[in-house]
Design a protein around this ligand. Structure first.
Ligand code: TGC
Ligand code: FAD
Length: 388
C-alpha cells in the first residue's frame, strides 16, 4: 500500500537535491505541525512558533539568492516545499506563499539595493513577517480599479485607502501595498508597522484557513518616506507578476492537501470493516480511490512540467492560471470524495480531511477566483476578453 502516490514515477525526474528539500519539509510537517495543527485550527489561532521555524527550514524565499538570505534553490524546489507544507495545512502554506512570493519576490525583483539588504535577510530568517495588499473592499477580481492612492508631497507620499482580506495583516511587520499615484499608475510601497495613521484590524469568524490570520490594512493620511517606494516597477503588471509566483506555488501546494486526504481515506478504507469486510473491498469505494489517485497523478504531472518551465523562465502566466485552477478544483473534489469514504468520521477533527476541505474553499477564491482563471484561459485561446 503506497500512501504517497507516484503513479507515473515523477520521482525519477527529480534531482537528489529536490528529494532532500522535500524530505526535510515533510519531516518538519510530520513532527512539528501535524500533531498540533487541528487544535490551532479549531481554536482559530495562528501557530506563531512556525514563523522562525519556517525561516530555519529555508521555506521563506527559497529561490531568492543566498546573498539576500534566501536558499538559492530552483522553482521546482519551491513547489515541492509548498506541496509539503500544504500536506499539513493550507494556512501554513499561505504564510510561506505570502512571505516568499508576495513580499520577498517584489522586494527582490522591483526593490532598490537598500530595500533588498534591509528586508530580505530578516524575512528569509522569519525574524520579520510580511503581508501583501492588493484586494480592496470594492475591488477584488478587478484590482486595476483600486481606489487606494498616493499623493506626492515632495519629501514623502501621503497614502489613503483600505485593503481587505489580507493574509497576515494584523501580525505583519511590513506590508507590500499597491496604490495608484496622481496619474493613476499603480505603484508598490513598503509599509512598516507603527507608521502613524496605519492600522491592521483582524477579520474574525472565518470557517476557512482558521490557523491563518486575515485582516485589513487601513491607511489614513499615512506619510510614506520616498525610499519606501519600489523603484523598479510601475503598473498593474507589478502585482500580477507577484501573483504568478504565488499561483505557481498554490498549484503545487494543493497537491499536498489532496495527497493528505487520499492517504487518510486509503488507510481508513483498509481498516474500517462493514458487512464483515474492509470498505476498501467494495467497488464503489475502489472507484472513488482509483479516480482520486488518477486525478492526483494528472495534477502532479502538470506541476512537474510547469516547474521545469519556470526553472527555465519559460512558464507563461496563462499556464500558471490553468494549473492553479485545475489543481485547486482537483484538491477540493478529492477532499469531498475522501471525506465520504470516512463516513461520519470524515467530519471529525481527528482526521485532517474536513479541515483541508474548508481551507480549500479559500484557496479556490484567492489568488484569482476559479472563474477568473477560466476567463484567462478563454481569452488566451479565443483572443476575446470576457471580463468586461
Ligand atoms: P489587464 O489589462 O489584462 O492587465 C494589466 C497589465 O497587467 C499585465 N498582466 C500581467 N503581467 C504579468 N503576469 C500576469 N499574470 C498578468 N496579468 C496581466 C498586462 O500585460 C498589463 O500590462 P501592461 O504593461 O500592458 O499595462 O488587466 P485587467 O484589469 O483587465 O485584469 C485582468 C485580470 C482580471 C485577469 C486580473 O486582474 C486578475 O487576475 N484578477 C484577479 C485578482 C487576483 O488574483 N487577486 C489576488 C490578490 S492577492 C491574494 O489573493 C493573496 S492570497 C495569499 C495567500 O494567503 O496565499
Ligand atoms: P469578487 O471579485 O467580488 O467576485 C465575486 C464572484 O464574482 C466570484 O465568484 C468571481 O469569480 C465572480 N466574478 C468577478 N468578476 C467576474 C467576471 N468578470 N466574470 C465572471 N465572474 C466574475 N488579497 C490580497 O490582496 N492579499 C492577501 O493576502 C489576500 N489573502 C486572502 C486570504 C483569504 C482567506 C481570502 C478568502 C482572500 C484573500 N485575498 C487576499 C483576497 C482574494 O484575492 C479575493 O477574495 C479574490 O481575488 C476575489 O475577490 P472578491 O472576494 O472581492 O470577489
Amino acid at each position: 500500500m503506497k500512501l504517497t502516490p507516484d503513479y507515473f514515477q515523477i520521482d525519477d525526474l527529480l534531482s537528489e537535491e529536490h528529494k532532500l528539500v522535500r524530505q526535510s519539509v515533510r519531516d518538519w510537517v510530520d513532527s512539528r505541525l501535524k500533531p498540533v495543527i487541528d487544535d490551532y485550527s479549531q481554536r482559530h489561532e495562528f501557530p506563531s512558533f512556525i514563523v522562525k521555524e519556517l525561516g530555519k527550514l529555508g521555506a521563506f524565499g527559497p529561490y531568492i539568492p543566498e546573498e539576500y538570505g534566501g536558499a538559492g534553490l530552483d522553482h521546482t524546489s519551491y513547489g515541492l516545499i509548498m506541496q509539503e507544507l500544504e500536506r499539513g495545512d493550507s494556512s501554513i502554506r499561505s504564510v510561506a506563499s505570502v512571505q516568499s512570493s508576495l513580499v520577498m519576490y517584489p522586494i527582490y525583483t522591483f526593490g532598490s539595493e537598500n530595500q533588498k539588504k534591509k528586508y530580505l535577510p530578516q524575512l528569509a530568517a522569519g525574524e520579520m513577517l510580511g503581508a501583501f495588499g492588493l484586494t480592496e473592499p470594492n475591488h477584488g477580481s478587478d484590482p486595476g480599479s483600486m481606489e487606494t492612492k498616493i499623493i506626492d508631497k515632495g519629501d514623502y507620499y501621503l497614502l489613503n485607502g483600505a485593503k481587505m482580506w489580507i493574509t497576515n495583516s494584523p501580525i505583519a511587520d511590513i506590508a507590500v501595498v499597491w496604490a495608484k499615484d496622481e496619474e493613476g499608475i499603480v505603484r508598490g510601497l513598503i509599509i512598516e508597522k507603527g507608521m502613524e495613521g496605519f492600522t491592521a484590524p483582524e477579520t474574525h469568524n472565518k470557517w476557512s484557513l482558521r490557523a491563518s490570520v486575515t485582516g485589513e490594512l487601513v491607511f489614513d493620511n499615512v506619510k510614506i518616506p520616498k525610499e519606501n517606494i519600489l523603484p523598479n516597477i510601475q503598473g498593474l503588471k507589478g502585482p500580477m507578476m507577484c501573483l504568478n509566483s504565488a499561483r505557481y506555488g498554490i498549484a503545487w501546494g494543493v497537491v499536498g492537501a489532496a495527497i493528505d486526504c487520499y492517504s487518510t481515506a486509503l488507510q481508513y478504507s483498509l481498516e474500517r470493516k462493514q458487512f464483515d469486510k474492509p470498505i476498501a473491498s467494495f467497488q464503489l469505494q475502489q472507484k472513488k480511490l482509483a479516480e482520486i489517485v488518477t486525478e492526483i497523478t494528472k495534477a502532479q504531472l502538470v506541476v512537474w512540467r510547469l516547474g521545469t518551465l519556470r526553472d527555465k523562465d519559460q512558464a507563461k502566466p496563462t499556464q500558471i492560471s490553468m494549473a492553479k485552477r485545475n489543481n485547486v478544483e482537483m484538491a477540493l473534489n478529492v477532499a469531498r470524495e475522501s471525506r465520504q469514504i470516512l463516513g461520519a468520521m470524515g467530519i471529525s477533527g481527528d482526521f485532517p480531511i474536513m479541515r483541508h476541505m474548508m481551507n480549500l474553499e479559500s484557496v479556490v477564491t484567492y489568488e484569482g477566483t476559479h472563474d477568473v482563471h477560466l476567463l484567462i484561459t478563454g481569452l488566451d485561446i479565443t483572443g476575446i476578453p470576457a471580463f468586461k
